[in-house]
Design a protein around this ligand. Sequence first.
Ligand code: WQD
Length: 361
Amino acid sequence: MSLVLATGGLGFIGSHTCISLIENGYDVLIIDSLINSYEETFLKLKKIIHLNKKAKKGKLFFIKGDLNNKNLLDKIFQEKISEGYPIKSVIHFAGLKSVAGSVLDPIKYWDTNINITMNVLSIMDKYNCNNFVFSSSATIYKPIDSGKLLETYEKTPLNPYGNTKLAIETILSDVFKSNKSKWKIVNLRYFNPIGAHPTGLIGDLPKENSSNLFPVISKVIFGKSKKLSVFGSNWPTKDGTCIRDFIHIIDLADAHVAALNYLEKNDPQILSINIGTGKGYSVLEIIKTFSKINKVELPHNFVKKRKGDVPYLVADNKLALELLDWSPKKSLELMCKDSFNFFKKNVFKISNSQLKSRKSI
Ligand code: WQD
């Protein structure tokens, strides 16, 4: 099988995708600066691979490195070529990803997200490595109040994070046009990835303080915060709270393998694909499901709307279903169960007995 470079491969989405790649026989080289991830995750990936006796097994390597260092990237590509094992594809996860963080520091977001991508693309071009999967986002779309977002819908990001993602898609379009007989590029537009690996060894644990819903829920459950603040109760939705297309991280990881397989089997092209379930759940439905499945209380109150939020973000995922021979398989209940299991085991290392002492519904 071929060697895939996973930039930012120790992050939430990258780490789960590396497991899917390895279990499908790819060899994976992770490069990660560890500014928003942990080296310990690499050891946990090795453990998960070891535990999974039945799957085909690729090999997994890790290099700590900053993609702003173009010479390091050049050296890595050269070394792999001299070893007779060139990097065939790149899945580009690396980048700053907090919507709130991008509003506070747009210069850092533009500088980082654009420059590291330009370094990766120019080294790939130098060494004729032309299969590229980009970690894009649903935040590039112009908000809608109902219906499902098609890939052809208008793109008007509401924050610098989304603007960098859209800018990179534009760069990729120009790169493709520069040599249409070489480049195979897919932009995977993620909706809301949640959940964790069933072993509970890896999950959503960024170094940067996350304002995302599930990491915040975990803080409430494990006593680090008193209540979950629900941002807005009078949105134009069925229960007044925002609706999102939550997708299990394992389904999202498998979509990357499907996208890579698609690129390898098809002619040079560039395409953008929504990766979501096509089902929307409100924040209140999440609270209810999480509490019920994990038998825990989730105290919450309603506060004012958060700047940059939109009422409704649900994918039309027909293109993914048709082209990628992929479909999301895991339920919202499993997303909540796996998420809880990871946080219990890793973030707050709380025992079952301690947990039992909390009032359960
Ligand atoms: C989800 C819902 C909040 C926290 C994320 C990422 C973005 C992109 C898309 C990949 C919203 C509500 C949240 C809280 C709340 N992913 N909420 N109280 O904003 O949809 O965007 O997914 O590119 O990078 O940020 O996700 O988890 O922050 O919020 O009420 O304390 O939960 O209003 O409706 P969001 P989120």
